[in-house]
Design a protein around this ligand. Structure first.
Ligand SMILES: Cc1cc2nc3c(=O)[nH]c(=O)nc-3n(C[C@H](O)[C@H](O)[C@H](O)COP(=O)(O)OP(=O)(O)OC[C@H]3O[C@@H](n4cnc5c(N)ncnc54)[C@H](O)[C@@H]3O)c2cc1C
Length: 380
């Protein structure tokens, strides 16, 4: 059993850590306060190959393996979880879906634009009435000649306000319910499409989350991604990447919170000595680092399975479930170690605490992950 990253994977992790530390971390608080990430940051990411990480070079991509990608995502999340989720949706949901399901024309048209950062991608499955039960979505797209006529509302779209291309899941045969779902590529500015106001969130404030609505929105038939009425398969095929990606985000947030707590516990003096000398605090640090290590191993295992083309549904769910719960426990303890200062915006742990909360909710709630895992166990 080999727990070592390859030389290439180590290099990707180190380069991402450098970029995150030098470019993202100094601005992370500002992303949070201003509730946006400046476009120059996306251009810098594109120039360094971080917007086409999983794409082949022929489309302008960096052609990285999935483990390298996950290592980079962990490092980015350590600096800014908001930036990380934005580019993880772009890379592992949009770019990867078009690469795997797109027609040659769709790949040629969209992948170079995505890899070069000329457009950012968004993924839109959730609706106001269809979250965990995503198969019950109600947005329709009825074929009329050479275009689909789309009507409905989508919720919580990450990158909603900055994306140029949206992958939207719709019902093309409403009578077939989840078996009548298709995926359409919808360009920003398509007539009949409206983008809502930016959601005010608890955390990940730099990431842009919006509602989308479609009123007789005309989408060319050529923008169908994958086969008609097979869209739920496209959505399901992306679940593992999304879940392992959120797992990496959790490890990154937790590691950052732990490091802040460790540093603070050595500096803060009470009763004439640093608080790390108190066993109550030292044991918290021991528990934090142990849990983070276990979460990281689960995330890397799932990433390795995915990278080598092996089945990893249960492992991806375990990694997402465990690491999201670890992240929330760790950020809570990091705030506790900071005492009252941890409740103040001046200290980074306040942001980590808010950013971690959503990881137990999106990409499948913790309850949904337990359903996936237990179903697998009880299958026979
Ligand atoms: C910041 C943010 C960004 C997001 N980005 C995107 C995005 O880019 N694209 C996208 O499509 N979606 C996105 N989402 C949506 C996200 O995936 C959903 O919020 C999530 O799937 C949960 O759906 P819901 O909010 O409707 O909750 P619900 O499904 O209504 O769940 C409410 C509660 O009921 C529980 N529950 C539901 N069903 C069951 C069951 N069968 N058994 C036990 N418990 C159950 C849930 O676990 C949860 O605790 C985002 C959400 C957030 C908050």
């Amino acid at each position: 059993m080999d727990f070592e990253l390859s030389e290439e994977q180590k290099m990707v992790k180190e380069a991402a850590a450098d970029f995150a530390k030098n470019t993202l971390l100094p601005k992370a608080q500002e992303f949070d306060e201003k509730e946006e990430i400046p476009t120059e940051i996306y251009q810098q990411l594109a120039d360094l190959g971080y917007l086409g990480m999983l794409l082949p070079e022929e489309y302008g991509g960096s052609n990285l393996d999935f483990v390298s990608y996950i290592c980079a995502m962990e490092e980015f999340a350590k600096a800014s979880a908001a930036l990380m989720i934005s580019i993880s949706v772009h890379n592992s949901l949009i770019c990867d879906a078009i690469l795997n399901f797109g027609t040659p024309e769709q790949k040629k048209k969209y992948l170079p634009l995505l890899a070069s950062g000329k457009i950012i991608g968004a993924y839109s499955l959730t609706e106001p009435g269809a979250g965990t039960d995503a198969g019950s979505l109600r947005t329709t797209a009825i074929l009329q000649g050479d275009h689909y006529l789309m009507n409905g509302t989508k919720a919580f779209v990450t990158n909603g306000g900055i994306a140029g291309l949206f992958m939207v899941f719709v019902l093309t045969k409403p009578e077939l319910k989840s078996k009548g779902i298709s995926c359409l590529l919808v360009e920003k500015g398509t007539l009949g499409m409206s983008i809502g106001v930016k959601e005010k969130k608890m955390g990940l404030k730099g990431s842009d989350t919006r509602e989308l609505s479609f009123a007789d929105c005309k989408v060319p038939r050529a923008n169908l991604l994958g086969q008609e009425n097979n869209g739920f398969k496209v959505a399901l095929s992306l679940l593992n990447s999304g879940r392992v990606g959120v797992g990496a985000q959790c490890v990154g947030i937790a590691q950052a919170a732990y490091e802040e707590a460790l540093k603070y516990s050595k500096e803060r003096v009470q009763f004439g000595q640093p608080i790390c000398n108190f066993q109550a605090i030292a044991f918290k640090l021991a528990d934090m680092v142990t849990q983070i290590d276990a979460a990281r191993l689960l995330v890397y295992r799932a990433a390795h399975l995915k990278s080598t083309g092996k089945k990893c549904n249960i492992e991806a769910s375990m990694a997402k479930l465990f690491s999201s719960e670890v992240a929330n426990r760790v950020v809570n303890e990091a705030v506790q170690i900071h005492g009252g200062y941890g409740y103040m915006k001046e200290y980074a742990v306040e942001r980590y605490f808010r950013d971690a909360r959503v990881t137990e909710i999106y990409e499948g709630t913790s309850e949904a992950q337990r359903i996936v895992i237990s179903r697998e166990l009880l299958k026979d």
